[in-house]
Structures are given as structure tokens and as C-alpha cells.
Write a protein that binds this ligand. Structure first.
Ligand code: AR6
Length: 184
């Protein structure tokens, strides 16, 4: 199942590149503490945004695991970037709470800025080593719980890099929502 709808809000999973989501108000960055460019998601977003993104972010650094900060999107086709520092698996504890904090804090920033749509990568599941299925459960449990209370945010999109990662997320979303509200 790639989509879950409740309270007029949609949570969806697609395969794609987080740096190429032009219909989305804010994209979420799997950031490092210093909010500078890196590999994976951070590399893709900073490359597409141009050097102004790292310049704008420097005064907000360092951030702590679980924290989220917002910047403008520079040359990305979005209004904002929300930078989250996920936990390094096996080091930053409790990992599940810190990962949930990332998703919750990102959504709260989007609401505060009256944004309508938000796209996430699978935070912490690359260089930071969080097992993807466990991370997907934490992410979706947190987002589904938040969906009931959303005001401005109508669309939460999960952007997965590979077809396998998308299939895993679709399976977890189905397990967590079977019997609930509307899905397809
Ligand atoms: N679009 C969507 N998903 C992607 C993309 C992309 N362009 N690129 C990678 N992924 P990671 P982390 C997937 O390593 O684990 C950075 O160097 C990837 O397959 O970007 O939170 C920072 O500077 C994986 O499933 O983030 C930090 O130091 C997921 O996105 C550190 O890595 C997250 O992979 C953050 O590590």
C-alpha cells in the first residue's frame, strides 16, 4: 500500500529523488550536525540548492540528534528545506525516540510555517546505519499519530531511492494501517 488517508491528510510513499520534488513545499534533509553538504541525501540537496544553502545554515549549527531546523531552498524547486539530524544507529540513544523526534519536529516546523506539503527521505537509514524496516515503523507510527492533529499540512510524502526500499515501506505502511481509514 503506497497511500494512507485520514482526516483529509495523505501519507504516501513513492520511488524517487528527494532533490527532485517540485510540487512539494518543503523537502527534509538527512543532515549532519554542522548542516553542511555530505553524501546521500545531504549531498543531493546541497548540490541542487547551490552553496547558498550551506552558507545560510552555518549559523544554525551544530544541531543535536532529533532536532530540526528550517532554511530557504535556494535553487531547489521548493520553498524550504527542513534539516533533521537523525540518530547514528548504535551510538545515539534511545534511537527510536530520537528518530521519532526528527519526524515530529519536522512536521511541527512545517505547521509553524503554514506549509501544505512535506517530503521525507528515510532518515538515518543510509550512512547512519538504522535498519530500514525498524526505521520505517518508527517513522510511520509517528507520522500517522500526527496526522489527526494537522492544520496546514495536507501531504506527507516518503521518497525512497530504490524499488526495494519502496516495497518495504509499502508493506510496513499496510501492516500499520490495515483496518484503519482509507488506503490504496
Ligand atoms: N533521494 C532519496 N533518498 C535518498 C537519496 C536521494 N537523493 N540519496 C540517498 N537516499 P543518508 P543518514 C536514501 O546516508 O543515514 C550524510 O552524508 C538512502 O538510500 O543520506 O541519515 C550526511 O552528511 C538512505 O535510505 O542519511 C550525514 O552525515 C536514506 O536516503 C549522514 O550522511 C538516508 O541516507 C546522514 O546519514
Amino acid at each position: 500500500m503506497n497511500r494512507y488517508v485520514t482526516n483529509g491528510r495523505t501519507l504516501e510513499c513513492i520511488q524517487g529523488n528527494i532533490a527532485d520534488q517540485p510540487d512539494i513545499d518543503a523537502v527534509v534533509n538527512a543532515a549532519n550536525a554542522m548542516l553542511q553538504t555530505g553524501g546521500g541525501v545531504a549531498g543531493a540537496l546541497h548540490r541542487a540548492a547551490g552553496p547558498g544553502l550551506a552558507e545560510e545554515c552555518a549559523p544554525m549549527a551544530p544541531i543535536k540528534p532529533g532536532q530540526a531546523v528550517i532554511s530557504s531552498a535556494h535553487q531547489l524547486p521548493n520553498r524550504h528545506v527542513i534539516h533533521c539530524l537523525g540518530p547514528v544507529y548504535g551510538r545515539d540513544e534511545p534511537a527510536d525516540r530520537l528518530l521519532a523526534d526528527c519526524y515530529r519536529n519536522a512536521v511541527q516546523l512545517a505547521e509553524k510555517h503554514s506549509l501544505r506539503s512535506l517530503a521525507f527521505p528515510a532518515l538515518s537509514t543510509g550512512v547512519f546505519g538504522y535498519p530500514m524496516e525498524t526505521a520505517a515503523r518508527v517513522a510511520f507510527t509517528t507520522l500517522i499519530d500526527l496526522m489527526r492533529g494537522l492544520e496546514s499540512v495536507e501531504l506527507l510524502r516518503f521518497v525512497l531511492f530504490s524499488a526495494d526500499d519502496l516495497a518495504l515501506h509499502a508493506r510496513v505502511l499496510k501492516e500499520l494501517t490495515s483496518g484503519a481509514a482509507n488506503h490504496e
